[in-house]
Design a binder for this molecule. Structure first.
Ligand code: HEC
Ligand code: HEC
Length: 167
């Protein structure tokens, strides 16, 4: 199957680019990239079909390349489920995720989960905006359920002005 890619640039805020250089230079999270993962969101047909059955197809810019590599190397034990793929699909999806990964993290900060990343915790948990009680709601269920509160999540749209926490 041929990969079809559509590139959109919904969130290229100029500040992101500067912040990314800072983070790379020190090799550590420096607080500048709070809540601002690198977009563009690049939509890929294979990822849409293979990675959106159980949750949204997370945009590649939400994790660094080293994280995607780990996720894709462990699909047989993927957060408690078997999400294995034929080798060719796994390879083409890995290539895509790695290519469009965030360049604002470093290998020593490569969690398996987006929700274990520093910026996620700062924006959601430590800000007090996403409490445990909110996560438990039937309409949310998991802090990984981005689209419960960000309707444009799959397209990489997380602008805080469009956040809506469901009742
Ligand atoms: C059979 C179901 C299933 C499929 C298919 C699947 N996943 Fe998952 N994935 C899960 C579950 C379950 C979780 C944990 C969700 C939670 O904690 O709420 C998860 C979580 C994740 C997370 C971490 C989310 C966080 O908490 O930050 C990433 C990243 C991820 N999946 C990537 C992928 C990719 C890439 C693919 C396609 C290759 C894929 N998944 C396909 C079931 C699946
Ligand atoms: C329960 C609701 C909820 C869930 C689930 C959720 N978020 Fe958020 N998100 C928020 C809120 C609230 C904010 C902060 C908005 C503000 O500062 O006014 C936010 C902020 C953000 C921001 C910063 C936006 C900006 O303009 O600075 C990003 C990026 C983001 N979330 C990504 C994600 C991702 C990725 C996921 C899933 C892995 C996710 N969120 C899951 C509610 C949620």
């Amino acid at each position: 199957m041929k990969l079809s890619m559509k590139v959109t640039y919904p969130l290229l805020l100029s500040g992101l680019v500067l912040a990314s250089f800072g983070a790379q230079a020190t090799g550590k999270y420096n607080g500048q990239d709070r809540g601002k993962p690198v977009m563009p969101s690049v939509v890929n047909a294979k990822v849409q079909s293979e990675c959106s059955g159980c949750h949204i197809a997370y945009p590649p810019g939400l994790l660094p390349a080293a994280s995607w590599q780990k996720v894709m190397d462990g699909l047989d034990q993927h957060f408690g489920v078997d999400a294995s793929l034929p080798a060719a699909d796994r390879q083409s999806i890995t290539d895509y995720l790695v290519k469009y990964a965030s360049n604002r993290w470093t290998a020593n900060a490569a969690p398996l989960r987006i929700t274990d990343g520093e910026w996620y915790k700062v924006k959601h948990i430590r800000s007090g905006k996403v409490t445990e009680a909110i996560v438990k709601r039937e309409s949310v269920k998991s802090k990984s359920n981005c689209q419960a509160c960000h309707s444009g999540a799959e397209k990489g749209q997380f602008d805080e002005r469009s956040v809506k926490i469901p009742k």
